[in-house]
Design a protein around this ligand. Sequence first.
Ligand code: SF4
Length: 188
Amino acid sequence: MLRVTRSTVDSLGTNALAEWDVAYPQHPEDQNILITTLDKIVNWGRNSSVWPFTFGLACCAIEMMATGAPKFDLDRFGAGAFRATPRQADLMIVAGTVTLKMGLRVKRLYEQMAEPRYVISMGACATAGGPYWQHGYHVMKGVDRVIPVDVYVPGCPPRPEALIEGVCLLREKIKRDSVLNRKRGSLL
Ligand code: SF4
């Protein structure tokens, strides 16, 4: 059972209440009590504040930057606060070509992010090597060879709308996560 004051409810708005799937008490004396599950309220907080890591590898990163700009307004989803350090970031958007030399750095940066952490593979290069899949001896054929990926966004490069859809899919996955029974891959 979750106890929430009336002012908290007013500031969060009805959308939040719909996501929490709350039960409204009937008795007037219990009007400041909402009943929901731990998973629902924690996942609501997490999917409303997926902060990406400021991190780009090649041309796809330009589209990622455009996605964060005012025209596409990633802040609508609470994902506009790009962090300059992995320790404050929830989401790594692998935007660009992952060379074999860079792969180990990508892995290290991922490991410096706190759990729960999420990964979007943005574009053909990060997903499978892109134009370098056949003759690019220096290119990793998919970043999922070194870190787990939650969402793949296709394209060369993907448009900002495609990345936004990837973020929305990730948010849907986070809603299905379990706080107490979380294990890597449970989102997949
Ligand atoms: S997928 Fe295309 S646009 Fe993206 S980094 Fe590779 S070559 Fe560049």
